[in-house]
Design a binder for this molecule. Sequence first.
Ligand code: G6P
Length: 610
Amino acid sequence: MCGIVGAVAERNITAILIEGLKRLEYRGYDSAGLAVLSEQGLERRRRIGKVSELQAAVAADPLLGKLGIAHTRWATHGAPTEENAHPHFSGHDVAVVHNGIIENHEELRDELKGLGYAFASQTDTEVIVHLIHHLLKTTPDLTAALKAAVKRLHGAYGLAVISTSQPDRLVAARSGSPLVIGLGLGENFLASDQLALRQVTDRFMYLEEGDIAEIRRDQVLVWDQAGEPVQRETVQHSEGAEAADKGVYRHFMLKEIHEQPAVVQRTLEGRLGKDHVMVQAFGPQAAELFAKVRNVQIVACGTSYHAGMVARYWLESLAGIPCQVEVASEFRYRKVAVQPDTLLVSISQSGETADTLAALRNAKELGFLGSLAICNVGISSLVRESDLTLLTLAGPEIGVASTKAFTTQLVSLMLLTLALGQVRGSLAAGVEAELVEELRRLPARLGEALAMDHVVEKTAELFADKHHTLFLGRGAQYPVAMEGALKLKEISYIHAEAYPAGELKHGPLALVDGDMPVVTVAPNNELLEKLKSNLQEVRARGGQLVVFADEQAGMSNGEGTHVIKVPHIADALAPILYTIPLQLLSYYVAVLKGTDVDQPRNLAKSVTVE
Ligand code: G6P
């Protein structure tokens, strides 16, 4: 995912732009660049690789300017070369940086070529800068030209534009890719993530979908989607809210649980078209590679493995693609027989887990069609060594027990399912549009699930003196139950096992008594009635039931049965939603037990050794 920084000030802003880019580097990059309006006109530096390369280039050949834009790039159209790095210029008059994907770039490219524009890159972005340049001939105001230009763009964008004709301003547009304005004193800034601007301000104005902004040193004007002038709220953030401190929360884990609506929103941004997933979000070669995929092999460890197990249900049931999932430590040492045309998908929060990396490296010898990393760290080894990447964009996760990394992995894997199904034409009619709509609503639904916080806190009391717990789920909720059990054992040290509910009679029922609570996730789907019968089997043995049930599932409290109602959600997305109460449950049990929630004994956040 790319990053944008912009500034308009009375001082030289080059160092501010570079510092901002560095703060966005965690998202991944393959090249970086900046353009400033100096006394010589528009000047730029671009480099392949890390922001430090760009910084060295600027140190060697300094740029001075009071207006500028900068970008870290994550290639979608065109290889990571200097020519393809942003900012893109049209002549020496206009410069643009862009996050997102312009879907109708080919058509616009032909049109602009017809108007005499020569293209210097393979990017989709370059059409934007020439289009604005062309429009400026008849509409000399930069904001008006941008407003006209975005009407021609299909796809997702966060845009920042500067022009020599109006050297006092920077203009911006947001559609599907976030932008935030940082408000200073006599200077203002723009970025794709407020993290980039923490060094210069703590006051922010978030642009909304369809907004256009004109940012000058002493004034910010915003127009909404309908072209009407609007005031967007100014929000003040005390420093460090994103990562380094716990804010109002007692533990990082609780903070990260509560961040999920916002980070899931970020995972989705720039990746959804009107009624489809943007395949290019997986990288420039994704469409070509995905078209050949006939099987998927997933490898991962720990929580990431559970995300892979959920994905298997989705890939097979929605996209009709056979899928295998294996823990990386097993896969790497096994003699694997690979089906033809199999895509290797590795899932990892850190991108540095030794077994997952080794599995990817070994796989290179095994004849896979290609590799895709679903990863939270853009500068990780896993990302570097995979053919394609989808960053989960959960932001830094500090709590050792993974929470927001898991739900953003699930969202990313749903995007993968829809993208593969789309390219291969294997989705049932209407499914993609419907799930895209549901995905858009997901952050709000996760917010509703978080409102269960206090009810779950109360329920946790049932577990504080227990030594064993059983988690049950069916279908895609089985891996959710596994993840629930893993969370509980990781941070409360209570022994927890997960079983597919149908397996209960084949062994674990022997363990059930009044001392072993049984936790169940029960969305309202075709397996609900079967699940209810399994729960009767538990009750008949005196087992205490804690059931997280769909509000429409017709389940209610009874003797030994605690039902916690969960907001209704489309079945395909239920694994994401039901994860939240299970995270809260383990958190509150651990708090009651007084364990070290954020750094449980014997565990590490990133397991870089075998
Ligand atoms: C460790 C962490 C887990 C994580 C697993 C895999 O065990 O404690 O939270 O799920 O490693 O890590 P990865 O970074 O590859 O997702």
